[in-house]
Design a protein around this ligand. Sequence first.
Ligand SMILES: N[C@@H](CCC(=O)N[C@@H](CS)C(=O)NCC(=O)O)C(=O)O
Length: 211
Amino acid sequence: MLLYDYFRSSAAFRVRIALAIKGISVERRFVHLLKDGGMHKKAEYRERNPQALVPALELDNGVTLTQSLAIIEYLEALQPLPRLAPSDPILAAKARGVALAIACDIHPLGNLRVLSYLRDELQQSEQAIAEWRSRWVQEGLAAVEQLIQPAPFCFGTQPTIADVCLAPQLFYAARFAIPLQAFPKVRAAGAACEAHPAFRAAHPSAQPDAE
Ligand SMILES: N[C@@H](CCC(=O)N[C@@H](CS)C(=O)NCC(=O)O)C(=O)O
């Protein structure tokens, strides 16, 4: 399998964490989001992912999967253990709820294309963009704070899909100095992720394309 990856991409980071937890190794091709106007916007990549977003996972039979959570579901089906969805159906739905709160309702608002639109087309200042970024991350994480039950991961002693989405969102928050003091449970789950070998291996700073 071949992962189209970019070290700083939160969505690609999720897939790298899932791969590391499951011990699945893949080849990688790096798609730089900034160089040359964005390699993800070139026809060669769009053929694989018409959304022009990283990641994508090309399977050995030539089929390409898009969307990090769909890719992770595929990996879970391919190799069920260690599970990323808790076996208890209520906990599974809660973990998925947190994953979706992050992946659907927080992350897209801070994405490169959204911020570029604010900056370049709506002529917003860097200060306005920083406020936008911080506003949606903080509002989203305030809800996540209410939803998780860290022990020490979001829903128990093992990382779930909720942690797989939370850790990259916290990396993003740290990168832009977004304050997290108001979210002690989120910070506790984040600390558990930081100490976990799979999250370390998947971390942007540990990738071959890191800058
Ligand atoms: N919902 C998608 C989000 C993918 C996504 O937004 N990827 C970002 C990097 S984290 C990207 O490629 N951004 C390029 C852009 O905004 O132009 C997923 O989970 O895979």
